[in-house]
Design a protein around this ligand. Structure first.
Ligand code: FMN
Length: 329
């Protein structure tokens, strides 16, 4: 019998324990257990977006995944953007619950990486430039995600994904995953052809029925094309430094609604998860959000132009895999 191997199977699949080299991006609020388990059941790698979440929420989401026997999985944290005492509690909880992979983003926290590695966690680190990649490698991470400037959400670097991959691949002894602007199977094939061992998708998974994003956000994404996204620092509340994000254009990015409030007197524009949402906050609207939804941070990568429908995660992954296999043939 001739042994056939799928063109989509890379060593990363063995490391992460998944069928396809397709990772769910750790999207705060959006990537909770419903989305993560759907991605795992469709053959991808599940990541819980837990940035700044209280420990009760984290415990609940991790237990929900474990109850469905979804393992391995990753928990996404952003140390630099999290209050030190909350971060300490989040890390302790991940260790207590034997979380197998931690997906980190933003500054490279060498001490934290060493602590987590010592406790047996594997580390995935998203980076946006060569300097951060070198620091992450030096700290001993297990997987690098190369985030191009096309990406939705917070954007770390100023380089597009193709030139970033070209710089990182030759220096990396560990798997490199491509992120940013990837919304169809041909783009996955392109990333793998360049030498990436997988892809990490945010926007493509946000526009699914299982994502915990507000329906208006999903509808804006499927109607948008790449040119409708804006790279801006206007969404700055809840973040430790003025940082660029990629969002869909709205009243804030067009300058029609100005945040003239003082830092400690933010303007409330809505509510979700029993908390208020402030004008120019980094919180994106979740399923239960009420208020001025279109004025919130409608994160989207340039990949939105490749996404025409809100589908189930299973349909999205099946289509991505079929298209990628065809393109790689
Ligand atoms: C709605 C949304 C929220 C995001 N939140 C996070 C987050 O909490 N942590 C993180 O590491 N990255 C976050 N990102 C960035 C993703 O990790 C990833 O880089 C990006 O989604 C890739 O680009 P794409 O959206 O075109 O697939 C977010 C992206 C989106 C679209």
């Amino acid at each position: 019998m001739v042994k056939t191997t799928s063109p989509l199977h890379t060593p990363l699949c063995d490391l992460l324990g998944c069928q396809f080299p397709i990772m769910l991006a750790g999207m705060g609020g959006v990537a909770r257990h419903r989305l993560a388990s759907a991605v795992a059941n469709a053959g991808g790698f599940p990541v819980l977006g837990m940035v700044r979440e209280p420990c009760e929420r984290m415990r609940f989401e991790i237990a929900a995944l474990k109850q469905q026997c979804i393992t391995p999985f990753a928990v996404n944290l952003i140390p630099a953007a999290t209050d030190a005492s909350l971060l300490k509690a989040q890390v302790s909880l991940c260790i207590e619950l034997n979380v197998p992979f931690i997906a980190l983003f933003w500054d490279i926290d060498k001490k934290l990486i060493h602590q987590l590695k010592f406790e047996g966690c594997k580390i995935i680190h998203q980076v946006g430039n060569l300097e951060d990649a070198e620091a992450a490698l030096d700290a001993g991470v297990d997987v690098l995600i190369a985030q191009g400037q096309e990406a939705g959400g917070h954007v770390r670097g100023k380089v597009s994904s193709l030139p970033l991959l070209a710089e990182l691949l030759p220096i990396s002894p560990i798997p490199v995953v491509a992120a940013g602007g990837i919304g169809n199977g041909k783009s996955i094939a392109a990333a793998l052809t360049l030498g990436a061992q997988g892809v990490s998708l945010g926007t493509a998974f946000l526009a699914t029925t299982e994502a915990n994003a507000h329906e208006h956000h999903k509808q804006r994404i499927i109607k948008a094309n790449a040119n409708d996204t804006v790279y801006t620092t206007q969404f700055h509340r809840n973040w430790h430094e003025p940082a660029p994000v990629r969002v869909l254009a709205n009243a804030i990015t067009r300058g029609e609604r100005i945040d003239s409030s003082k830092q400690d007197h933010p303007i409330v524009i809505g509510y979700q998860d029993n908390q208020s949402i402030h004008l120019c906050s980094t919180d994106s609207p979740l399923t239960d959000a009420i208020g001025a939804i279109d004025d919130m941070a409608l994160y989207s990568g340039q990949s939105c132009g490749q996404i025409a429908k809100v589908t189930s995660v299973k349909q999205r992954v099946d289509t991505l895999v079929t298209e990628a296999k065809l393109a790689l043939k």
